[in-house]
Design a binder for this molecule. Structure first.
Ligand SMILES: C[S@@+](CC[C@H](N)C(=O)[O-])C[C@H]1O[C@@H](n2cnc3c(N)ncnc32)[C@H](O)[C@@H]1O
Length: 249
């Protein structure tokens, strides 16, 4: 079956082709263009490929990020991770973004808080190439924090958090196009979060979590001797970001 897509996608593709804003496209319906590149793009879109991969870019926190099928497409709710990090993280400390993907969290945080020393890591070397292209400076391939000897002060992460069995229920755009390793880390969905807490050392942690995962993450935090300092809801009212710090023993 063919995927459906919003007609606005065509306006966006035309706007890219003409190098003009979407408002210009809407106001100049009479203008003739060579339809070959648009036809090719629409064929890809009709097959289900996300518009952001076809355009090769997406907006995150007001900046353009290059994206292709090596990385997850940054989501608006992940901006809440960045907002929380900008607010909470102490001045001048060492921060690591685990599972950086396109680098959207690490790069935005480095722009917004130039006092911080931000390292971007990912288990996927292919993803790290995209993060570098987007401007990530300190980039290290690592399975969570296993490549590092020194503790960080803060960890920020949007880890893969979908339960493996739920993958089949996802939209075609996500299920068939985004990297599987960016979506799920195992049957429970919390496996990557558990690994992060296992390896966090003395760092405080800001995590994006999935729908309905708050209690499971609270339980994991307690089992790993972390206190839950705050849980922030996204615009849909879903608990989305959790802030943890090491309990004093
Ligand atoms: C949900 S994506 C997040 C990407 C990006 N930070 C964002 O918010 O758009 C999760 C990322 O974690 C990476 N990842 C998965 N397992 C990992 C592991 N064990 N260690 C490090 N990175 C991992 C994936 O390759 C992917 O880039």
């Amino acid at each position: 079956m063919r995927a459906r897509y919003p007609s606005r996608d065509v306006d966006v593709l035309l706007s890219d082709l003409l190098g003009e804003p979407v408002a210009y496209v809407l106001a100049h319906g009479e203008r003739l263009v060579d339809s070959t590149p648009i036809d090719a793009a629409i064929r890809r879109r009709t097959a289900g490929e996300p518009l952001q991969y076809i355009r090769g870019k997406t907006d995150f926190f007001g900046r353009d990020f290059f994206v292709d099928d090596r990385v997850l497409i940054p989501r608006p709710e992940t901006e809440l991770v960045v907002e929380t990090a900008i607010e909470k993280i102490d001045r001048g400390v060492r921060v690591v973004d685990i599972g950086t993907g396109s680098g959207c969290i690490a790069i935005t945080l480095a722009h917004e808080r130039p006092d911080l020393r931000v390292t971007a890591t990912d288990a996927s070397v292919a993803a790290l190439a995209v993060a570098k292209r987007n401007g990530a400076v300190r980039v290290v391939a690592s399975d969570v924090l296993s490549a590092f000897v020194r503790d960080f002060d803060w960890i920020v992460s949007n880890p893969p958090y979908i339960a493996a069995a739920d993958i089949d229920q996802l939209a075609v755009e996500v299920r068939d196009y985004e990297p599987r390793g960016a979506l799920t880390a195992g049957p429970l969905g919390t496996e990557a979060i558990e690994k992060i807490l296992d390896q966090a050392g003395r760092a405080s942690v800001i995590l994006e979590i999935g729908f309905g995962q708050e209690q499971a993450v609270r339980d994991l935090a307690a089992a790993h001797h972390f206190a839950v300092n705050e849980v922030r809801n996204d615009l849909a009212g879903i608990p989305r970001v959790i802030v943890l710090s090491r309990r004093r023993s």
